[in-house]
Ligand binder design. Structure first.
Ligand code: GCV
Length: 661
């Protein structure tokens, strides 16, 4: 017995067994590794869903389910079609990857109670790369991990366990095709992952991943030629450095044949990079890209680069501007096997940020969107916060870049500028907890990321409902109640935390709970500059100029207080407490009201959850109940601290005379 659950691959027994007929016998002429995985999965699912043992039929005529490879089908490597024809289900694809995805799709449809009789669907993933980034450290801890320790590492060693297979199954079932398995902050021994010390175990992991169509990526230390190779520098333009990486890559790709490439955090938050040698990011990324090119490898290079020690007196430097300032001048200078990985917003995964202006800005460079499933700033898997609606806002954002297909979803799919290597990545929220994600409801974010990366047109509602049916209950009333909690949760979280896009009012370092001045006086200074009259940073044309990094259509909205979307007002503007919002309320009154409301809405969600007792598995009910108790305390604390902070700054009382300390 394993000590972890199967999340959305639990395949609970189905009461209505009408689809059983399709699964008694399966036929395929294919024998590849991915098809073997598909057949294994069909067997596992059918045993649990219908209590039957599937036969692999010799005869096509007898089979209820047929997996057919047809290279002539116009479905790309990973697309599939599923149809019912004469009482049989056909899964067809041009490549094995598509057959495996199609199989999972069918099984999840059945498991979630969807109708498959008469099915006729055709799916091709929108994003070529759909990736998870594990921030796991080699000592077994996880940076920003809220679901227990790592299942990839323990005490400096790489672990190879059955759990990794179940992880790969989960990811593949929602279409993930790449995973970087170590923290982007490569330190404390993780530098040595690309060495003889760890190849054996890494090879085993990459072999497991390969059975599910997942490429393995490693994060590397840009200074590895020095740390590992004993060279005197890591200058990307020096011949000995290039030679070192070329040899190293020959070794790595020789030992780990399923390697996708490297993910690199350079010149960011203390990590080494090309700046030390007067070189730029293109110099650094291209040098590595050339070293991995002979093996078909890709370099994913992060754009999260900013001055993390900004002097508080310096009002022109703005962390929000840094990504664009660093990377826009390099557009078109990166090799074709480099992808720039861009966080959804210009600061750092706050609950509300504008979309990063590099999207649409960069037109001659491969790019990927990076989001954070791990809830670093959105409740740390203690508070419920369903993130799919936020990601949809980002994907649907129209950049105004002058092309007909100009949304972020279009750009990262490659449609807008004709890129081949592009897509979506997310910081994972998984760990050793039995339920994988700490908070059971955070499973919806992991599932949702995969589904959305495959098909960004899916709605947040559809994804929530699918996930609930798979992981919690097929009952439609239960589904409605839980969907309702999920769909409210981000807005509620936003209400009781930092107001109107101001962000970063969290406790420094660990980032949970309120501390409005925590970063105001630290060396990491991410400022809101609240005083007795106003709060916010003027990022308009007359301020730091950040609003001008957008195309005119959006810049025109953001640069004026009156047209700026109000949920981002304090991101873009410095606003007096007496300023009237569209609602007619003053800013200060809005802050008070939204914090009281946010806390009350948490109490309401908590009550709604209590009503589910006896209607869902008791272990899930109890685990989430415990999280709601903590969320209720947290939201109370946020409400008290933020309201008291603004009251004492402004000395303007709450119109409703509620208790503010
Ligand atoms: C992995 C934020 C987080 C860091 C993280 C960094 C990044 O600053 O707080 O923990 O480091 O983002 O994305 O590299």
């Amino acid at each position: 017995m394993c000590n972890w659950e199967q999340a959305w691959l639990a395949y609970e027994l189905i009461e209505n067994q009408k689809d059983k007929k399709y699964f008694e016998s399966v036929y395929t002429q294919q024998n590849g590794v991915l098809v073997e995985s598909a057949l294994r999965e069909i067997k596992t699912a059918a045993e649990k869903l219908f209590s039957i043992t599937v036969r692999r039929g010799e005869n096509r005529e007898e089979a209820g389910l047929i997996l057919e490879l047809n290279p002539a089908l116009n479905l790309g490597k990973e697309g599939y079609q599923i149809t019912e024809e004469e009482d049989r289900i056909y899964i067809r694809a041009a490549k094995e990857n598509g057959l495996l995805y199609g199989t999972f799709r069918l099984l999840l449809m059945v498991s979630s109670g969807k109708e498959i009789t008469g099915i006729s669907i055709r799916e091709i993933p929108s994003n070529p790369v759909r990736m998870l980034n594990q921030w796991d450290n080699i000592d077994g801890s996880i940076e920003r991990g809220y679901a227990g320790r790592s299942f990839f590492y323990e005490n400096g060693k790489v672990c190879v366990t059955e759990r990794i297979r179940d992880y790969a199954r989960l990811l593949c079932s929602v279409g993930i095709n790449g995973v970087s398995i170590n923290n982007v902050n490569v330190r404390n021994g993780a530098e040595w992952l690309i060495s003889e010390r760890h190849y054996k175990e890494l090879e085993q992991i990459s072999h497991i991943f390969a059975q599910y169509g997942i490429s393995m990526y490693l994060c590397i230390d840009f200074a590895a030629p020095m740390t590992l190779g004993g060279l005197s520098c890591a200058d990307p333009l020096k011949e000995e450095v290039k030679d070192w990486w070329e040899k190293k890559c020959g070794e790595i790709f020789g030992r780990l044949p399923n390697m996708g490439g490297f993910l690199v955090k350079a010149d960011s938050e203390g990590r080494p990079g090309p700046f030390a040698y007067g070189r730029n990011h293109a110099d650094g990324a291209n040098m590595l890209a050339r070293a991995v090119k002979p093996y078909g490898g890709t370099i994913i290079w992060r754009c999260f680069v900013y001055n993390c020690q900004q002097d508080w007196r310096d009002r022109r430097t703005d962390r929000a501007c840094a990504g664009y300032d660093n990377f826009m001048p390099l557009d078109g200078k990166f090799d074709d096997n480099v992808i720039l990985q861009i966080k959804n917003g210009p600061i750092d995964f706050q609950v509300r940020e504008p979309v990063h202006p590099l999207f649409g800005g960069l037109q001659h460079t491969n790019q990927m969107l990076e989001v954070q499933i791990a809830q670093e700033y959105t409740g740390q898997q203690i508070d419920v916060c369903y993130l799919v609606p936020m990601w949809k806002e980002v994907l649907d954002f129209s950049t105004g870049c002058g092309k007909p297909e100009d949304t972020v979803a279009d750009i990262i799919s490659g449609r807008t500028f004709g890129q081949q290597r592009c897509g979506m990545a997310a910081v994972a929220n998984t760990g050793r907890d039995a339920n994988w994600t700490g908070h059971d409801l955070a499973g919806a974010n992991l599932y949702g990321f995969g589904r959305l990366a495959f098909d960004p047109r899916l709605s947040a509602e559809e994804i929530a409902s699918e996930w609930i049916s798979l992981q919690i209950s097929r009952d439609s009333d239960v589904n409605r109640s839980i969907s309702d909690i999920l769909l409210r949760s981000r807005e509620v979280y936003e209400k009781y935390t930092a107001p109107l896009g101001i962000g970063f009012m969290v406790n420094p370092a660990h980032h949970y709970g309120p501390n409005p001045e925590g970063y105001e006086y630290s060396k990491w200074g991410t400022y809101h500059r609240a005083d007795h009259l106003a709060v916010g940073v003027d990022r308009s044309a007359g301020g730091t100029g950040y609003s001008e990094q957008y195309f005119e259509k959006n810049a025109a909205l953001f640069r004026e207080k009156g047209t700026c979307p109000e949920n981002l007002l304090l991101f873009f503007h410095r606003v007096p407490y007496t300023y009237r919002l569209h609602s007619g309320k003053t800013l200060i009154q809005h802050i008070y009201d939204s914090h009281f409301e946010g806390h009350e809405q948490v109490l309401q969600m908590q009550k709604d959850w209590e009503l589910l007792e006896g209607r869902i598995p008791q272990h899930i009910f109890l685990r989430v109940k415990e999280r709601f108790t903590r969320q209720a305390e947290n939201s109370r604390e946020w409400c008290d601290v933020i309201n008291s902070f603004f009251y004492r700054k402004s000395m303007i009382p709450d119109e409703q005379g509620r208790e503010i300390f």
